[in-house]
Design a protein around this ligand. Structure first.
Ligand SMILES: NC(=O)c1ccc[n+]([C@@H]2O[C@H](COP(=O)([O-])OP(=O)(O)OC[C@H]3O[C@@H](n4cnc5c(N)ncnc54)[C@H](OP(=O)(O)O)[C@@H]3O)[C@@H](O)[C@H]2O)c1
Length: 215
């Protein structure tokens, strides 16, 4: 399958590499097609990967990942272009955190909204599924990294079919416990978990931890 990974940071690379490892094709998008990180990704994974602009990645991908900075995701997706997003599943991994005033970060969205909902409103024909944003990128693509048994990946979205597709994809990443929280308003909680994640990270001094919901 062909994927468009929008974002050339650590998350874009982790997701892109995992997709390549699973036999998929990946186009990595950046603001400029000359982006060094995008070029390096394409070189390292040729011929299964290419790089280009956000619009190139969104056009090529049958399924898309938003791995851009939370404060810039709406701009990046506007560059990707409505015609390239329409009808496609977009897995939104981004977090709307504001580090401009240092630590701890604050949220860029009010508690009555979320970045995922903003993206969905801006691109109503796109099927936004929020997932994987509550953990470090190494864990997103390698849940076995934590030896302490099953832990959870949480997701939400308005389109049942899109969530089914993302669930299958997550299973191929190795996830066994996938909790569907319902419609996209659940993204508010998923994104608001991040200030706590950042605090846990600073307490544990490692990003190797995750949510496990005990019932
Ligand atoms: N790091 C993690 O482990 C982790 C875990 C969970 C969730 N997340 C979330 O995943 C997302 C990606 O994180 P990251 O650490 O890989 O990278 P990042 O540094 O947060 O974002 C990098 C990407 O954002 C794009 N970008 C930055 N400013 C932009 C602007 N003004 N307009 C358009 N695009 C812009 C960059 O474009 P160029 O390629 O053109 O430079 C790049 O592709 C973030 O939202 C983050 O909160 C990260």
């Amino acid at each position: 399958m062909k994927f468009g990974v929008l974002g050339s940071g650590a998350v874009g690379h982790a997701i892109g590499n995992k997709l390549i490892q699973l036999g998929h094709e990946v186009c990595m998008g950046s603001r400029e097609s000359s982006n060094e990180k995008g070029l390096a990704f394409a070189r390292a994974n040729t011929p299964k990967s290419t790089n280009g602009t956000f619009a190139d990645a969104a056009e090529v991908g049958e399924v898309l990942f938003n791995c851009t900075s939370g404060k810039a995701s709406l701009d990046a997706l506007a560059i990707a272009g409505e015609k390239n997003l329409a009808g496609k599943v977009l897995v939104d991994v981004a977090n709307p955190l504001d580090f401009s005033k240092g630590m701890p970060p604050s949220m860029l969205t009010p508690s009555t909204d979320s970045l995922a909902e903003q993206i969905q409103r801006a691109h109503p024909k796109c099927k936004v599924v929020k997932a994987l944003n509550t953990m470090n990128c190494a864990l997103m693509v390698d849940p076995k990294r934590l030896s302490s048994g099953n832990h959870d990946v949480l997701m939400c979205g308005n389109d049942k079919g899109a969530k089914g597709q993302v669930s299958e994809l997550l299973q191929s990443f190795g996830w066994k416990s996938i909790i569907d929280l319902g419609d996209l308003t659940a993204a508010r909680g998923l994104e608001m978990f991040l200030p706590l994640w950042v605090r846990l990270y600073s307490t544990f001094q490692t990003p190797d931890f995750n949510i496990k919901v005990v019932r």
